[in-house]
Write a protein that binds this ligand. Structure first.
Ligand code: SF4
Ligand code: SF4
Length: 388
């Protein structure tokens, strides 16, 4: 079966042109907004943490507003569901400019502390996952991801954004359970499959991506850099949308394991040949100088992570820097492996135990000061030889 992914040009976040682009994008994706009449809708943006929207860490509030208004045209029963790292949803929304929009439009806000188990018997490994309880009550999930690079999964888009369905530090605990990129991608697909097929009351999905200003480099947190892409994408198939978005910014599809895995599992289209791009010409719009994350350490190879020497020599590792570190210890709190401890007496950076570190890069993603960089292992040049 074929599926459509729309690609619409939109140079900035100006309200009127953005609203028109969002409406056009949803229409080209074949989603009939009038079908939302009488339905309860969840809006799931990317609100990783409270951050200046211009840094491209979160879905831009103007983008969120345009999608929320499009939905609001047909239903008043709308709830915002998201689980930021550490911070309560409401205060994160306030700092990111969302709360005012939600209040103006009369949107509900999820109680992210209420969780329920979602069971999916056909999952490959994780058949039961705890997610925000409010998802159970909705008819439609409108996923509103930001296009970003990711130091661990290479890319963050529609499928990865749904990781935020799991509240709080349950997310970082999943990094411990699934410490390598292939394992983690498998988990993300189990979660995606559960959201698609696990509910007794099946949900419909619409994915609308903010790729107007995307994030390149060492995303998905403040260590990445904003990059003008100027696009809005939409689809009812998150994996198809991720495929088109990744091509749009010239990323290596083979490094995004949720795409091939999603095709294989049949969670939508089963091959790129079945994706129809509607709207702009993808080739013409491709951003060829988009900078990917430099982390290649887990590209399809499962290292023997218990071997400290091999791991440290061949993989990137997160390194904090004294010039920017303010010793807030968010990195320590988010670390699922307990690899970070307080600075030594008089020290200016937290201490890292790289033998415990599973290279999930949650610390780098979370550091509000961009004080952590990813540094190459001593022998990592060998990876490039094998990688060509
Ligand atoms: S590295 Fe970043 S998150 Fe960790 S203590 Fe320093 S400033 Fe805070
Ligand atoms: S130190 Fe950073 S990269 Fe390593 S396990 Fe902890 S959060 Fe993940």
């Amino acid at each position: 079966m074929k599926t459509s992914v729309s690609l619409v040009r939109c140079p900035d976040y100006g309200h009127d042109s953005l609203s028109a682009a969002v409406m056009k994008s949803i229409g080209l994706a074949g989603f009939d907004l009038s079908s939302l009449r009488g339905k309860k809708v969840a809006l799931k943006p990317n609100l990783l943490m409270p951050f200046d929207p211009e840094r491209a860490v979160v879905t831009h509030p103007a983008f969120f507003r345009a999608v929320a208004e499009a939905v609001k045209g047909y239903t008043d029963d709308i709830i915002v569901i998201e689980s930021p790292n550490f911070f309560p949803l409401k205060s994160t929304m306030k700092k990111n400019g969302y709360l005012e929009i939600a209040e103006k439009l009369g949107l509900g806000i999820a109680d992210i502390n209420r969780v329920r188990e979602l069971h999916f018997a056909d999952a490959e490994k994780y058949r039961s996952l705890e997610i925000a309880a409010d998802f159970f009550d909705v008819d439609v999930i409108v996923n509103i991801p930001k296009l970003k690079t990711h130091g661990f999964t290479h890319y963050s888009g529609a499928v990865k954004n749904l990781f935020g369905a799991m509240p709080g530090l349950r997310k970082s605990r999943m990094h411990m359970k699934a410490p390598t990129h292939p394992e983690f991608a498998g988990f993300l697909l189990d979660l995606y499959g559960a959201l698609l097929h696990g509910f007794e009351k099946k949900k419909r999905f619409l994915h609308v991506m903010d790729a107007i200003v995307a994030m390149e480099g060492e995303g998905p947190g403040p260590s990445g850099r904003p990059k003008q892409v100027g696009a809005v994408l939409a689809s009812t198939d998150g994996i198809a949308l991720d495929h088109v978005a990744a091509r749009l910014v010239n990323l290596d599809i083979d490094r995004i394991l949720t795409i091939a895995g999603g095709f294989r599992r049949g969670y939508g289209v089963t091959s790129a040949r079945d994706i129809i791009v509607k709207g702009e010409d993808l080739e013409k719009m491709t951003v060829r100088d988009f900078v990917p994350s430099k982390n290649k350490a887990f590209s399809g190879i499962v290292w023997p992570l218990t071997s400290r020497t091999i791991k440290n020599a061949f993989t990137e590792k997160p390194v904090p820097h004294a010039e920017s570190c303010v010793l807030c210890y968010y990195c320590k709190k988010v670390c699922p492996a307990g690899a970070i401890s307080n600075a030594a007496k008089g020290g200016k950076i937290p201490r890292y135990d790289y033998s415990k570190c599973i290279r999930c890069f949650c610390c780098m993603e979370t550091c509000p000061e961009s004080a952590i960089t990813s540094e190459r292992g001593r022998l990592q040049w060998l990876m490039n030889v094998f990688d060509r």
